[in-house]
Design a protein around this ligand. Structure first.
Ligand SMILES: Cc1cc2nc3c(=O)[nH]c(=O)nc-3n(C[C@H](O)[C@H](O)[C@H](O)COP(=O)(O)OP(=O)(O)OC[C@H]3O[C@@H](n4cnc5c(N)ncnc54)[C@H](O)[C@@H]3O)c2cc1C
Length: 571
């Protein structure tokens, strides 16, 4: 079972969390070489990144440089000419490119994380042979085309459509918006509505050079301005039968699998951005003197540096835990991946905000890098699933699993007279779970596996895992199936799951560092800090499950919506 889904029923799957995984040996040597080559190529271009941010485009010679470095073939197997990095190795590369410029990571990430990921996950041997070598070399750049003007978070409502022709080919029409790499891509993974007989949504591989494919102008964006974002139009495009990804009608599943599998790219990028900001912020805190001292000597600045470091360590711990789940063949990791995206994106935004604050007025000036970091990181909580929708997903996916055991319970009761042994078995499990939730007896112990310095932190997670299970039990009993529409409750459940899973990843990572004297003490301190902060947040969240002002919040929002805005004045 997925580690997070286990938490919803009060279980800490210690075997999925400890020991903290290590980067594969085969990737380590490649990564060391690539990191050096990336720094060698990108470091001298610092001024260019600033200029391209203003101009809003990366020049073709720069994209060629990315090709020459092999950055379009990172996750493509070596047999197709790629580098064959693991998910963990790939995320590490994106963290390196993000230290220099977010738009660079986006160009590479939109290609690998989502643009051509469908071919890797679902492509036939023929599709792979036709496209992967050209994608690996960067001769073809890929993009992912799901969003439309009327269909953002509600991806299932797309209008782009495709009809099957008598010869088996398809005719595809519609317009996609805000497509990253839209203006430079040669290959699009396109999602379209298909007639009921073929299922609802189908994924197609479409070449940009085919008649009827065109793209709009480069969007003028707030951040990640140099990365290409355009509309992509499909006007009666003929798609050969061999270019359907997976089966017709399975497109929604394909889209979600791609997004889930690609989340560590975004997370890795966010971690790299945080590391770059920490380097800038520490230099600033040491160099800038006010009131006769470096500002880094003041507690309120130290508090920011410490929190930024903790956020970065926590994001890194959860992103690479998820990457290793994917690499080791864990099948059900979508909830963990969603948590890593939500946490890493918000941590990056907090870090960008605080780094700018440490720089004071200089941070606001465009000749310093902070304002761009704030602008660039703003997108992270919006694309690849908004954090609101992902929180709903995190809660609902865990509750669904629990509801299934409620369903099992009902089935068991129905079944008990026909198959007493089977029926009583399920009831026995359920009763044990309830007893554990109520008393804590028989609860999973991670504290027995962690060093003494982390026992107290471990016990916090043990206790709040039971609290999460109790909270789930409570909301399911109170709302039944209607829980799907109770967003305040779902957000609270998701926030508990996020704190628990991220905290457990931090704990596991710190426990794994105890034998490395130089790193152990600060890592243990961070794990304890995270646990204490998480405990305070979780305690508040649990309280608000029963004591809250939800009705007042709903009513106030309804009033303001009805008024069309803020209706008061002081005149
Ligand atoms: C720079 C950029 C690059 C992008 N790149 C790509 C790309 O390469 N490929 C691609 O297909 N798409 C891409 N997108 C689109 C992106 O994925 C969408 O913007 C995103 O999915 C959100 O959709 P939306 O913007 O229509 O917002 P909406 O879905 O309209 O959401 C608006 C707000 O309502 C909230 N909301 C929506 N539904 C609910 C709900 N049920 N409950 C509570 N709150 C809700 C959202 O969280 C959000 O805060 C990109 C967007 C941008 C800005």
């Amino acid at each position: 079972m997925s580690a997070v889904k286990g938490l919803f029923s009060g279980r800490i799957a210690v075997e999925s969390l400890m020991p903290y995984p290590r980067m594969l040996d085969k990737d380590r040597a490649t990564l060391a070489m690539m990191v050096e080559a990336i720094d060698g190529f990108l470091t001298p271009q610092g001024a260019d990144f600033k200029r391209w941010d203003r101009q809003g485009a990366q020049p073709p010679e720069f994209i060629q440089g990315l090709r020459d470095l092999g950055l379009f073939g990172l996750i493509i197997p070596e047999e197709f000419g790629g580098i064959g990095l693991s998910n963990a190795g790939y995320a590490r590369i994106l963290s390196q490119t993000s230290r220099h410029d977010s738009s660079v990571s986006l160009t590479i990430g939109a290609h690998s994380s989502i643009g051509m990921k469908g071919l890797l996950l679902f492509g036939t041997a023929d599709q792979k042979a036709r496209y992967l070598p050209r994608l690996a070399s960067g001769e073809m750049i890929a993009a992912f085309c799901l969003t439309e003007s009327g269909s953002g978070s509600d991806a299932a409502s797309i209008r782009t459509h495709a009809e099957r022709n008598p010869d088996g080919s398809w005719t595809l029409s519609g317009e996609k918006i805000w497509i990253t790499n839209g203006g430079i891509a040669d290959l699009y993974t396109v999602f379209a509505r298909t007639p009921a007989a073929d299922g609802k949504i189908t994924a197609f591989i479409v070449e940009a050079a085919w008649p009827g494919v065109s793209h709009g102008r480069h969007e003028d964006k707030m951040g990640i301005r140099a990365s290409s974002t355009t509309t992509v139009n499909f006007d009666q495009v003929r798609v050969p039968p061999g270019n359907v990804l997976d089966e017709a009608g399975k497109g929604f599943k394909v889209a979600m699998a791609i997004l889930n599998n690609g989340r560590t790219g975004l997370g890795g990028g966010a971690v790299g951005g945080m590391k770059a900001l920490l380097a800038l912020a520490t230099a600033q805190a040491k160099e800038r003197h006010q009131f006769g001292h470096p500002i880094g000597e003041y507690d309120l600045i130290r508090e920011k540096i410490a929190q930024m470091t903790l956020d970065c360590f926590a994001a890194e711990s959860v992103v690479w835990m998820v990457a290793h789940y994917i690499d080791s063949g864990v099948e059900d990791y979508s909830t963990e991946a969603a948590i890593s995206k939500v946490f890493a994106s918000e941590a990056m935004q907090r870090t960008a905000y605080e780094a700018l604050q440490i720089a004071g007025g200089s941070g606001f000036m465009r000749d310093h890098p902070y304002e761009q970091a704030v602008r660039d990181s703003r997108i992270l909580t919006i694309f690849e699933g908004t954090n609101e929708v992902l929180r709903l997903y995190i809660a609902l996916s865990g509750l669904k699993e629990l509801g299934r055991s409620f369903g099992d319970l009902r089935a068991a009761i129905d079944d008990i007279f026909n198959h007493p042994i089977k029926g009583f078995g399920v009831l026995g499990d359920y009763a044990e779970k309830r007893l554990t939730q109520a008393t804590g007896i028989g609860r999973d112990r991670i504290s027995t596996q962690t060093p003494p310095a982390l026992r107290a932190a471990s016990e916090i997670y043990e206790r709040y895992t039971l609290e999460l299970a109790k909270a789930c039990d409570f909301v399911l009993r109170r709302h039944g199936k209607a829980i799907a529409d109770r967003q305040f409750e779902l957000k609270r459940i998701a926030d508990l799951a996020i704190d628990l899973f991220v905290g457990l990843c931090v704990l596991s990572r710190a426990a794994g560092l105890v034998d490395e004297p130089a790193k152990a003490a600060p890592a243990i301190a961070m794990a304890n800090m995270f646990a204490e902060q998480a405990k305070r947040r979780m305690a508040g969240t649990i309280r608000r499950i029963t004591r809250n002002e939800d009705e007042a919040v709903r009513a106030l929002a309804a009033y303001v919506l009805e008024q069309g805005g803020y209706p008061w004045d002081v005149i």
